[in-house]
Design a protein. Sequence first.
Length: 437
Amino acid sequence: MDIIMSLLFCLSPCLDYTTLRRLAVIVTAILSMPDRVTMLGMSRWTDKGGSYRTVQRFFKTNIDWAKLQWFFIRAHLKDAPGIILLTGDEVVTPKSGKQTYGLGRFFSSIYNKPIPGLCHLQLSLTSVEEQKSYPLITQPMKQPEKAKSKKSKGKGKKNKGGRPKGSLNKNRRNVEFTETQNMLLVNIKKALTLIGDALKLSYFVYDGALGNNAGVQLVRQCNLHLISKLRYDSALFFPYDGPYSGKGSYKKYGDKLDYANIPKRCLKSSTVEDGIRTDVYQMIMRHKKFADLLGVVIILKTNLKTLKTAHVVLFSSDLELASDKLIKYYSLRFQIEFNFRDAKQYWGLDDFMNIKEQQVCNAANLAFFMVNLSHILRHRPNFSGMSIIDLKAWFRAGKYVRETLKLLPQIPEGVSIQSISEKVAALGRVNELERVV
């Protein structure tokens, strides 16, 4: 409990003492629990001052979780070196019933189909050097509305092909965002306001859902550069660098990119491993649906035995970003998936049974707060090298030892609860740890 209170003391500016104390009790219980993380389970594993009613009061409390997460990250990672990326993704949690706030049908990549559940937008800070992601903002999402189908009213005159007479060119920088994109824009601005001048953020990394002109314009409105992915068959064109024809506007589009015959001048690196050749190409390209030039990196893999090929098209709005950095930054986006895994498997994102709006919000944010707290705990010398299972085994052992010692009429002198806890924790430990001297 003392270890947890020392970690949570930095949250005193954004939490009153009562809520902070309840959070410490609940966090200690979650670290000790071997089974599902529910409110009833928490009350069973709490020490003094952690009744079921106390847990209920905590989940009904209105908490600014984004501010809380930032205070916690800033206090314990203030000396984190190197580049920090702002990354984002959506996580779908399967839930049953009909009364849960935010319940809908969302596409799950795990099940490869829409499932009933909750969907949360997650923004995280990812350290390039540490290769770890720290959750910052968790925002529930609404079920997307179905597009209304336009029924034809019988046979009519067919429209002539080509551009309608009198139509004007559209400014592709003036984009009308969807409801989901507007929510993403609001949360990116919220994250930048929270961080202020404490960190210098230059890149926002997202999956292929922002691989379009609207995604680029959305991120550029926040003074960040987007790193994302295009479709494998995107129609890309080299910028035209030939002479002016002498009439009309200047030509913008040159030759169309042929993915089977990419010019050798664009090759940046080529490696062979296990019979697979990996070629990395980088070039500045145009797309007819994008307003600006794109810095494109193509990763082409060729099986040297069968000569079968596959490629991935990454891009950035920063034209000067090197290909190796672009690939590394985009690959680090996957660290947010490890946050989703830990939140579901260990910290209760899959387990909570709350149905009201405030309780659902607190349960989801608490799960991601535990992800941050586990990262910070494993930075400390006493827990260095521990997996999450080992960490939970250590706290559970401490709980067993304290409860056992309470049964004795008098605690023997010279008994060290920490040394006994370490021996008991070895029973549930996965990895053998080196003793810190």
